[in-house]
Design a protein around this ligand. Sequence first.
Ligand SMILES: *Cc1c(COP(=O)(O)O)cnc(C)c1O
Length: 397
Amino acid sequence: MKNNAQTELLHAERKAPQYISTVQPPLFRASTIIFQNTDALFNRHWSDPYDYSYGTHGTPTTFTLSDQIAQIEGGKYCLLAPSGLSAINLVNSCFLSHGDEVWVADNIYGPNMHHLRHLESRYGISVKVYNPMDVESFQPSKRAKLIWLEAAGSVTLEFPDLVGLVNKAKTAHVLTALDNTWGAGLAFNAFDFSEQHLGVDLTIHALTKYPSGGADILMGSVVTQNKELYQQLFQIHALQGICVSGDDSAQIQRSLASMRMRYAHQAESTLKILNWLQQQEPCVQVLHPAAPDSAGHSYWKEVCSSAQSAGLVSVIFKAAYDLTAIRKFCDSLQLFKLGFSWGGPISLVMLYQLNEMRTLESDHLQSGILVRFCIGLEHADDLIADLKQALQHLPLL
Ligand SMILES: *Cc1c(COP(=O)(O)O)cnc(C)c1O
């Protein structure tokens, strides 16, 4: 049968030859996945992730990435979502129902808190904000269904007593979910962080940060070691049509090869910058788990056995510096760019007014405007020189 040119073009053989071997795996882009025959169609099991049936359920490209993320984080199963926040939403919508309580650390990633407040006002879920640095008062109630943890906490970078918190959660039979973006699966193993092999039930990870490393791709993951939890998540993932593109997955998978080195390098530069910032007179408090006076320094040392940390450091400026002065400082920076996110090649700066962000009192924090630096891959000396020239724009007090 001779077809027309257009039809011939469409039906050209698409199979990759078996003998070719490349460093990066082949990339699959698919909405439709073609069944070999009606037997294959009728025998498909959409709930078996490796029984390819439709693009939203995954392709070999997305599974290559999810397997690698599960492995890096010390879990067994992984689901991908189009952003870190979408991964958070997947956990919340899977495990929370009307009447449940969700417990959330006061220093959790801000948009997670906003999302939970939305669930509270619309879906009858109650939100209990706890102080992650006060294990003694941490006592989840009978209605508690899910506990959110983050180590180190967003923006203020306190490192909580994970062992103490997770022990209490387990005693109360409440699910634990850790936002693992800071540790990226490298600083500590979220599923096994104590001598008693204690770990959380679930992690979410903004792959947008270190795994992408390029400040150009958005993606998130949920990882667990527990098959039952995975199956529940898998179902909601499919029902909500949560999926990621093959192209984005391949880009992140490619960046994973260098993630460990980037993380270590950015951590090292951050320590150098941290030491320098501590000597600067306008900075009243420098926040980073490696700083001995930082909240939770000893817990960080205990859990992050190789004393690893992400490339984030926050500074609280003397309260006498008002917003205008701090804006001037931020606007004077040349190498540090003003923007959200972190883990990319370019260093970033962001300013925060803590009194608008926290529900509970934070006795360990000085008052003053907070500036967070995300250290990129520039030479640390150049970044310090940039900070130095920008500090000169602050008025003399
Ligand atoms: C960035 C971030 C997220 C959300 O990731 P997006 O991909 O930007 O939605 C979640 N948690 C933490 C700690 C983050 O830094």
